[in-house]
Write a protein that binds this ligand. Structure first.
Ligand SMILES: Nc1ncnc2c1ncn2[C@@H]1O[C@H](COP(=O)(O)OP(=O)(O)OP(=O)(O)O)[C@@H](O)[C@H]1O
Ligand SMILES: [Mg+2]
Length: 473
C-alpha cells in the first residue's frame, strides 16, 4: 500500500485529504508541521509527500530541501495559495514533482497523485538483469546472445553521459532498458522523468518540456516550470521520440547542442545539464526521408543506438520469461505453483509474438486467471487458434482463419479483436502481394497504393523478412 504524508497547518485540509484518500486505498499520515513530518520520514520512508508551502515554524521551502536531503527521490507535491506561487516555482526548480493551487479539484488531485506515485516508482525501483531470487526490483529476463549484447552495450555506456537511443518494436522492453541505463548511471541519485511524445498533444508537449511564463497563451495563468528545468542534473527519458512534432524537434536540438532553451513566452535563456535517453518503435530513417524527422537531430540522438530484438528472434528466452511471469503473477493472483504444461510451452514457442514480451506477459496473466488446475494446458493459452493447433499460418485461408479468431476473441473479457483481425488480414495481404511480385518492394508498394517507407515499416512490424524473400534495392 502506498504511504503518503500530508503536511499542512490547517486541520481541515488534513482531514479532508484523509477522507478522500483513505477511500482510494492509500495509507495516509498527516502532520501539522514540517519538523514532525521530517521525523516521520526518517523512521519510515514515504512514497509521496504533499506539503503546504506557507506554514508557521519551518517554511515549506526550507522543509523541502531537508526532505530532499533525506530522500532525494521522494516525489513532492507542493500546495500553495494564490500569491505564493513564486515559492512553489522555486520548489519546482529544486525538483518538486508539481504544485497545485488551493482550493483544488479532487479528481485532478487524485490524478496528480497517481502520476507522482508512478514517477516515484520509476525513479526508485531498481532494474537488474537476471538477478538472484530474492530481488525486490524490476527484472530484465533474457540470457540469449542478443540480450547479452545489449547488457554489454549498456554496461559500456550507462556510466558515461552519452545520449542513448533504444530502438525496437512495441513491447520489447524499451522502457525497462531506459530505466536500466538510468539506474546504472552516475545520475542514478538525481531525477528521472519520462515524457511520451505519442501520448501528449503538441501544444501540451511543448509546455510540459519547456514550461511557460504567465500570459504566454490564453490558459497560462501562472508561470510554469517545464520538465527540462525540473530535470536539471538528472535524466530525461523521451519515449516515442519518433512522434515528436518538428517544431519541438528543433528546440530539442538546441537543448542538446547548447544546453539552452527558453520558457514559452520568455526571452530569458535558461541553461540545463541533462542526460537524454530516447526510445522509438518507428523507423526514424524512413521518417527522415518523409521529412517528418530532422536528420541532424537523429544524429544527435543516435550516438549510442541499442536495437532491442523482437521476441521471435530470441525465442530461447521464452521459457525463462514464462517462469518469471508465472511466479510474479502467481503470487499476485493467489495461484502459486501453477505451471505450464510441455505442450502449452510448445504452443508459446510456435507463436511469433507480434506484441513481444508485453503480449507474452498478458497471455500468461490471462492463462493464470482462467487456470483451474495446477498446470496450464494449450487450451488455456489465448493466442490465434491455428497456432495453438500447430497449423502453418501461411497456408491458412482467411475464411478458415476468421471463425477461429472470432471464437478466440469471444472468450476474452476485454478484447482487441478488431485490431487483431485487421492485422491478420494486413499481414496476409502483404505476404501474398510480396510473393506475387517476387519480393520487389517498389512494385508491391505501387500495387498496394502505399509508400515505400510505409511498406518497409510494415515489413518490419510483421517480421516479413523471414517469411518472404525480399529484393533489397
Ligand atoms: N526482458 C524482459 N524481462 C522482463 N520483463 C520484460 C522484458 N521486456 C519487457 N518486459 C515487460 O514487458 C512489458 C512491456 O515492456 P516495455 O513497456 O518496456 O516495452 P516498450 O518497448 O516500451 O513498448 P512500447 O513501444 O509499446 O512502449 C513491461 O511490463 C515490461 O516489464
Ligand atoms: Mg514504452
Amino acid at each position: 500500500m502506498h504511504r503518503i504524508l500530508i503536511i499542512d497547518d490547517e486541520k481541515n485540509v488534513l482531514s479532508s485529504f484523509k477522507k478522500i484518500l483513505d477511500q482510494e486505498g492509500y495509507n495516509i499520515q498527516t502532520s501539522g508541521n514540517a519538523q514532525e513530518g521530517l521525523d516521520l520520514t526518517q523512521s519510515h520512508p514515504f512514497d509521496l509527500l504533499i506539503m503546504d508551502i506557507r506554514m508557521p515554524g519551518m517554511s515549506g521551502l526550507e522543509a523541502f530541501s531537508k526532505f530532499k536531503e533525506i530522500d532525494p527521490k521522494l516525489p513532492i507535491i507542493i500546495m500553495t495559495a494564490h500569491g505564493t506561487t513564486e515559492a512553489a516555482i522555486e520548489a519546482m526548480q529544486l525538483g518538486a514533482f508539481d504544485y497545485v493551487i488551493k482550493p483544488f479539484e479532487v479528481p485532478a488531485m487524485k490524478q496528480l497523485i497517481e502520476k507522482a506515485l508512478e514517477a516515484g516508482r520509476l525513479m526508485k525501483t531498481v532494474v537488474e538483469y537476471e538477478p538472484k531470487e530474492d530481488f525486490g526490483g524490476d527484472r530484465i529476463i533474457g540470457s540469449s546472445s542478443r540480450m547479452q549484447e545489449i547488457y554489454k552495450i549498456i554496461g559500456q555506456t550507462a556510466a558515461t553521459d552519452v545520449t542513448v537511443l533504444l530502438r525496437g518494436e512495441s513491447g520489447t522492453g524499451k522502457e525497462l532498458f531506459a530505466r536500466a541505463v538510468y539506474y546504472h548511471s552516475k545520475r542514478k541519485d538525481k531525477p528521472f522523468f519520462v515524457i511520451n511524445s505519442a501520448a501528449i498533444p503538441e501544444t501540451l508537449l511543448e509546455s510540459e518540456l519547456f514550461g511557460y511564463e504567465k500570459g504566454a497563451f490564453t490558459d497560462a495563468r501562472e508561470r510554469r516550470v517545464g520538465k527540462l528545468e525540473q530535470c536539471h542534473d538528472g535524466t530525461l527519458f523521451l519515449d516515442e521520440v519518433g512522434d515528436m512534432p518538428l517544431s519541438i524537434q528543433t528546440k530539442l536540438l538546441r537543448v542538446i547542442e547548447d544546453k539552452s532553451f527558453e520558457r514559452l513566452g520568455s526571452n530569458k535563456t535558461l541553461k540545463v545539464d541533462i542526460r537524454l535517453i530516447t526510445a522509438t518503435n518507428k523507423n526514424l530513417e524512413s521518417l527522415i526521408k518523409e521529412g517528418k524527422f530532422r536528420e541532424d537531430l537523429f544524429y544527435r540522438l543516435n550516438v549510442v543506438s541499442i536495437p532491442i530484438p523482437p521476441l521471435r528472434e530470441r525465442k530461447e528466452d521464452i521459457p525463462r520469461l514464462v517462469e518469471y511471469f508465472l511466479t510474479k503473477y502467481g503470487r499476485e493472483f493467489n495461484k502459486k505453483g501453477v505451471s505450464l504444461s510441455e505442450s502449452a510451452l510448445a504452443v508459446l514457442q510456435r507463436y511469433d509474438w507480434p506484441g513481444n514480451v508485453r503480449e507474452l506477459e498478458n497471455t500468461i496473466k490471462k492463462a493464470l486467471i482462467f487456470s483451474k488446475s495446477a498446470a496450464i494446458l494449450p487450451e488455456g493459452i489465448f493466442i490465434p487458434e491455428h497456432i495453438r493447433e500447430g497449423k502453418k499460418q501461411s497456408s491458412v485461408y482467411l475464411q478458415e482463419l476468421l471463425p477461429d479468431l472470432v471464437k478466440n476473441g469471444l472468450r476474452r473479457e476485454n478484447g482487441n479483436l478488431y485490431k487483431e483481425i485487421i492485422e491478420e488480414v494486413e499481414r496476409a495481404l502483404l505476404i501474398e502481394t510480396l510473393k506475387q511480385v517476387n519480393g520487389n518492394q517498389s512494385e508491391a508498394a505501387k500495387i498496394l497504393g502505399i509508400s515505400r517507407p510505409t511498406l518497409k515499416d510494415k515489413i518490419d512490424k510483421f517480421g516479413l523478412r523471414k517469411v518472404v524473400l525480399l529484393q533489397e534495392s
